[in-house]
Design a protein around this ligand. Sequence first.
Ligand SMILES: [Zn+2]
Length: 332
Amino acid sequence: MSSHSWSRRAFLASSAALFSQAGTAAAQETPAPAAAPFRNPSIYRFNIGEIEAFSISDGHSLIRPAMGMMHPEIDRPVMQKIMEDNFERLDGIPLYVNILVLRKGKEVAIFDAGFGKGGNSNWGWFFDALDAINIKREDVTAAFLSHAHIDHIAGFVLNDAIAFPNAEFYCTQEELDFWFTKEPDFSKSKRDKGELPGLTRDNRKRFDILKPNTKTLKHGSSVWGGDITLELAPGHTAGHAIFRIQSKGESLLHIMDLAHHHLLMFENVNWTIAFDHDPELAVVTRKKVYAQALSEKTRLYGFHLPWPAIGHLGPKSADSYVWIPERFSWGS
Ligand SMILES: [Zn+2]
């Protein structure tokens, strides 16, 4: 029995236990026991030409302090006002974690793998979702990494082994080079420097585990019969990659971590988040990709945008865009 199926059973068993406990508590009129964590890996199915696609929620996180993560500092009152005007919560920035899965015949591709199992009940739901759509870890044939932050890379490793053993693991050479440089350069990053040695150590271990399946892709390289093209989009990290998917005249551009929030990261493309390794370069990249997406009316997908995270960009003014989410649709 795989640890995967064991975990699924454990989850179901704990759900059953919760219901029986709740029933007993109600009968005795004693206070109900604390609710067990509610795991809800939402799955949204759509198509890109002949490709079957799923937007899967791996869970969520809340970035605190909200505005404290955003730069430049001088613009934080404006950012705060935008959040208030849009009735957004102000105690933190909700961070959605969305994983794109593609299926074409016997081929299955995943784009990043989320936080991985265990640790925190707010995330790591991806594996339960794959179960629900009858995709086994062994069925995945292509695993794409955008960059090596924990919410993207951790799920590729399970119990110190490759989580998707039959998948080619694609990333950029630039990303590998950054993490394996003797002293990775975080000098331009505004993130907490204390966490960086651990982050580097953990990533080197993960990349070592993934090495037998690793293949690097260059900017503009296509795989999957030409359906998936990697584009280098540096700044968030040195080797940060985005992915263009095309099939039968339809397309989707997965912009990964160009945007961490549906308002703040579009309202002013000069604003950055502390997770960017090189904020100036991140802005240059964002301007280029957004301008092209607007002029070409590109359908977009975002790793951290509100699930299911499919939409387009609309214009506001110079250097300012609006995220136009696609409405849910349950059929033709
Ligand atoms: Zn991220």
